[in-house]
Design a protein around this ligand. Structure first.
Ligand SMILES: Cc1cc2nc3c(=O)[nH]c(=O)nc-3n(C[C@H](O)[C@H](O)[C@H](O)COP(=O)(O)OP(=O)(O)OC[C@H]3O[C@@H](n4cnc5c(N)ncnc54)[C@H](O)[C@@H]3O)c2cc1C
Length: 594
């Protein structure tokens, strides 16, 4: 069992398949001939997910082999400005989070009478040494991950008797159901480019989430008794043939030097970072379930999710399940199932629906990536409705990008979010929408630089969600373009600038007194998008989705009740921007494509 982004035992389709094969025993000739009966879980820290391969390439040029060069691993094959800056693929913080989850899984397997092999190396080499009959793994969808799959298959199936079985998983709705029931076997051609159509297709065809096939019916109770009985039927792997003792520390992981250097500069958790961080993510499958239980029964925060989801300041504003979903410490089906139970036993409302709605967004970007393949990494994306932003010249782009990643653009909402990301590996969805829109549509900087920076730092980095959201934020998915007015967004979502001041201490005592320590906003030149056709933007929508409850309630509407109070604050914020810059409001209307 080759674990990838499915670091759990509960509701894991690849693991179920592997267990099934291992237990097939004598009944099946093919299985018997392959000497089944043992199950060996494996996790490999592959240097290609840290960019180490590229560094080795530079240092030992003469030794570079085709395998090590891992073509396409650097910047996901991007060309142009985004290829000029080399950004590591994984931060120390995310590596720690993954490592913690892997170790927890290993301990769980041990308690269940098995063990998990952890290795650092090229996946195809590690798996090749095991001489297994079958390798079962979750199928991945993006290019780097697929490339590793191809190498594993090439290495193992051609040279040995190993059969590689890839299992589709990772989504709320099963890919086969989406393909067959919604798109008649033509997902790659017919999958819509807009989320709303996908949601309507689901609703019209009444597509169901597949039932979780486990005897343990409650995610919050321990699944160990059940698994222990199952695993007891397996043959024991001889500890003399496989050395399970290696448990890497963070220093053993092939982190890039740039990532290590940057980590040195980040204030450590003992510093005030910890106080500022909205949440400290604890690694592992059990922690994922604890978080879900806390969000549902523990605090009933889910009851008000619709109203709080845009918040940037509080732990319970949103589920914060994304880091666990990204590495598969929890399955989306488990979340959906527990919410459905909650709806039956506690409360069903717009908010409970909306969390499931967001999981549909996650599915949307996964299927979008399957459809568009590497187009989600291209500067032009999958195409635009209007014209593309006229990108700045490369040197200007790089200059702006440097201010962007250091949180020194002079736009508080942008800087606060970018500082939070760097210090903690987290940024709220509201923040992500704003910084992405700002970089691509206000600054005209190659959006892939931003996507790569997110890829580097986000604890919840997920290839399809990240690049999909970025390409959509840049207006390059042939749909509506949401260009956010940063000043208006600040007024709406951080009216007292509490969030901004939290991450920009230079602002907190007196805005004017400290003006010199905080940079003036970058001057943005006017530009026009020609031949635009897109529709207007609803302020409360995420990347363009008009959901079942759209238009009802929402932050903007709520704020209307506090109009007078808000006007005073708006004026104050307005003064802030005016004071620092000739920030041109007309040029930053929420949708310039009208
Ligand atoms: C530019 C940009 C980059 C992003 N990169 C990532 C990424 O690398 N990984 C990632 O998981 N999400 C990404 N998102 C989506 C979204 O911002 C995060 O999923 C969300 O903020 C995570 O917080 P949460 O778990 O509290 O989400 P909640 O608001 O509680 O939502 C529940 C779950 O729904 C899913 N979800 C919600 N919104 C989206 C969305 N727009 N797209 C896809 N899934 C969604 C997530 O899995 C999330 O955990 C990105 C969004 C933008 C605008």
């Amino acid at each position: 069992m080759w674990h990838r982004n499915d670091l759990r035992t509960r509701d894991n389709l690849a693991l179920e398949k592997a267990i099934g094969l291992s237990l097939a025993g004598d009944d099946d000739d093919d299985v018997r001939s392959r000497n089944i009966g043992e199950l060996l879980p494996v996790f490999v820290f592959d240097p290609r997910f840290f960019n180490k391969a590229d560094e080795e390439e530079e240092e030992e040029e003469e030794e570079v082999t085709e395998k090590k060069s891992g073509k396409g691993f650097n910047n996901r094959g991007a060309k142009g400005t985004s290829a000029r800056i080399r950004i590591p693929k994984c931060s120390v913080k995310r590596a720690e989070f993954v490592l913690g989850t892997v170790k927890e899984l290993k301990n769980k397997y041990k308690r269940l009478g098995l063990d998990m092999l952890i290795r650092v190396g090229y996946t195809e080499d590690v798996l090749g040494e095991l001489n297994s009959s079958f390798i079962v793994a979750m199928e991945e969808i993006c290019s780097d991950e697929k490339e590793i799959e191809r190498k594993v298959i090439k290495n193992l199936e051609q040279t040995q008797r190993t059969k590689v079985i890839l299992v589709k998983d990772g989504t709320l709705f099963h890919e086969d159901d989406v393909n067959e029931i919604l798109y008649k076997g033509k997902l790659k051609e017919r999958f819509p480019d807009q989320f709303t159509q996908f949601r309507l297709d689901i609703e019209q065809k009444n597509l169901l989430v597949r039932k979780i096939e486990v005897s343990n019916n409650n995610a919050f109770t321990n699944d160990e008794d059940v698994l222990k009985k199952t695993f007891a039927k397996l043959m024991k792997i001889d500890n003399n043939t496989i050395d399970f003792s290696f448990e890497p520390a963070i220093k053993d992981l092939p982190l890039s030097k740039d990532a290590l250097r940057m980590h040195e500069c980040i204030p450590k958790d003992s510093d005030d970072n910890n106080i500022r961080a909205v949440i400290t993510f604890k690694a592992g499958e059990e922690e994922a379930l604890k978080r879900l239980e806390k969000y549902l029964y523990g605090t009933r925060a889910i009851d008000t999710y619709f109203d709080t989801r845009n918040g940037m300041l509080n732990d319970l504003d949103s589920t914060k399940l994304a880091p666990y979903l990204a590495i598969g410490a929890i399955s989306p089906r488990t979340i959906e199932r527990e919410i459905r139970k909650y709806e039956q036993t506690v409360l069903k409302n717009k908010s409970t629906y909306w969390v499931i709605f967001e999981l549909m967004w996650r599915d949307f970007y996964r299927f979008f990536a399957i459809k568009h393949k590497n187009k989600i990494f291209k500067l032009d994306g999958v195409g635009s409705n209007g014209k593309m932003p006229p990108w700045l010249n490369e040197n200007d782009q790089i200059e702006i990008f440097q201010s962007f990643i250091t949180g020194q653009t002079g736009f508080p909402l942008i800087d606060a979010n970018m500082r939070e990301l760097k210090a903690t590996g987290w940024m709220s969805n509201r923040g992500r929408q704003n910084v992405a829109s700002w970089l691509a549509l206000d600054c005209r900087v190659d959006w892939r630089l931003g996507a790569q920076w997110f890829e580097f730092l986000l604890l919840d980095y997920d290839c399809a969600s990240n690049y999909g959201n970025w390409v959509a934020a840049a207006g390059l998915t042939r749909g509506r373009v949401n260009k956010f007015n940063i000043q208006k967004q600040t007024n709406d979502y951080d009216p007292e600038m509490t969030y901004c001041k939290k991450w920009i201490p230079e602002l907190s005592s007196s805005e004017t007194a400290n003006a010199s320590t905080y940079p003036k906003p970058i001057k943005l030149e006017k530009f026009t998008f020609l031949q635009s056709q897109s529709q207007s933007q609803k302020p409360n929508d995420r990347a363009g989705g008009a959901g079942a409850f759209s238009g009802a309630g929402g932050r903007a509407k709520k704020n209307a009740n506090d109009k007078n109070r808000k006007q005073g604050r708006d004026a104050k914020n307005q003064a802030f921007y005016n004071q620092r810059n000739d920030y041109d409001r007309d040029d930053h209307a929420s949708n310039i494509f009208r």
